[in-house]
Design a binder for this molecule. Sequence first.
Ligand SMILES: Cc1cc2nc3c(=O)[nH]c(=O)nc-3n(C[C@H](O)[C@H](O)[C@H](O)COP(=O)(O)OP(=O)(O)OC[C@H]3O[C@@H](n4cnc5c(N)ncnc54)[C@H](O)[C@@H]3O)c2cc1C
Length: 380
Amino acid sequence: MHDVIVVGSGPAGSYLSYSLSKKGYNVLNLEEHKEIGKPVECTGLVSKRVFDYIKSNSRINSVHGANIYFPNGKYIHVRKTEETIVMYRDDFDKDASAMAISAGADVSINSRVMDVSINNEYAEVKYKKNGEIMYAKAQIVAGADGANSTVRKILYRKRPEKIISTYQVDSAARLEDQDDVNVYIGSHNSRGFFGWAVPSGDITRIGVGVDRVNAIKYFKNINKTYGDNKIIGINAGPIPIRYLKKTYGNRSVLVGDAAGIVKPLSGGGIYTGIVSAKNAAEAIDRSFQHEDFSEKSLSLYEKLWKKEIGRELKMDARIQDYYSRLSINDRLLNKIYNAINNENIINKINSLGDIDYPSRVVISVIFKRPQLLKYLIFRK
Ligand SMILES: Cc1cc2nc3c(=O)[nH]c(=O)nc-3n(C[C@H](O)[C@H](O)[C@H](O)COP(=O)(O)OP(=O)(O)OC[C@H]3O[C@@H](n4cnc5c(N)ncnc54)[C@H](O)[C@@H]3O)c2cc1C
C-alpha cells in the first residue's frame, strides 16, 4: 500500500510527487505515455517564478515584450524589464519528473489509469502497464492527469465550465525579432481567445485558441504571414480556463489542468498547476498528521490554493468573460486600440504587466481610461 498515488507526470503531478516524497511519503506516480513530456501540447512561455520550483535547463529563449495586433492592422508594443522564458516543454517535464525520482517517488511510465475507486479504508487505481492490468492502493489519490482527467471524470463527474480549443504549429519561419511575442486579436484571428507567434530560436510557435468553434480557419489567417510550407510540427489540445467548484473529495484531490486551475486570460497553466500541487502537498501532509483522509480534512487544499491564487483566477475569469464577447467585435476592439495607444497608458502597462497576475494591469488601465468599461460592458 502506498501513501499517495499521483496520476499524471505533467508539471503539477511531478511537483506534487516531488513535494510529498521530500516529506517522506511513499508516492507512486503513474504516467500513461512512454516518455515523460511527450507529446508536447504547449507554447512553453512561463514567468521566471516557475523555475523557483522546477530546476530545469529547458530554456530556449527569453522575451521582454509583446506586439498586440488589433483588427485595424496596427499594433501596440508593451515591454517589461523582467524576462519571460520560452522553454522546451518536454525537457522541462523530464526535469520535473527527475526531481520527483531523486526525492524518492516511484515513477511508472507507460501506465494508463483506467479506473479509480474510493472506500473507507483506501483509494484504489486500476491501470494498464505495458499491456498488463495492474492494481495499486494508497491512502489518497491525486488526479494530475490534465484537461481530460480520468480521475476527475470518475470521482467528480464534472468538467471545467469553459474549455478553449487550440491549434499550434512549430514553424521554421525564424522571427528576426526574438525579444517580442506577437499576439493577434479580432474576428479574423480568434473567437473568444487570441492567436500568437512566439519566437523560439530557429523555430516559431504559432497558434490560436478559440471558444466552441473550429480553430483551423483562424490559425490559417494568422499563419498567412508565416507560410504553410514552413510547418514542421502540429499540436493541439484543450485548455480548461475555469476551475471546478470543488477540487477535493474523500481520499482525493485534483491539481493543475485536471481541476481547471489555469489562468483564464492567457491559458497558462504551468505556474498555477505547480502552485496547486504545492498546496495539495501541504494539505495531504496535514491529513496524514491527523490520520484523517476525509473530504473535510482535504478541504484545506482548496483553502490554501485559493488563498494564493484564487482571487487572481476569479478576477481573470470575469475579465475573460467580457473579453470573450468583445473578441469578435472589431469596431470596439479598434476603439480600445485608440483609447490605449497613448504613452501614459503604455507606461502603466509596462510597469504593472505580469503574466501570472494580469488582472492588476487591466484594472489599472481601466482606472486611467474609464471609457474602456463602457466598451467592455455595454458593448456600444
Ligand atoms: C497549445 C497550448 C499551449 C499552451 N501554452 C502554455 C504556455 O505557454 N504556458 C503555460 O503556462 N501553459 C500553457 N499551456 C497550458 C499548459 O500546457 C497546461 O496548463 C499544463 O500542462 C498543465 O499541467 P498539468 O500537469 O496539470 O497537466 P498536463 O501537463 O496535461 O499533464 C497531465 C499528464 O497526465 C498524463 N495522463 C493523462 N491521463 C492519464 C491517465 N489516465 N493515466 C496516467 N497518466 C495520464 C498525461 O499523459 C500527462 O503527462 C498551453 C496549452 C496548450 C494546449
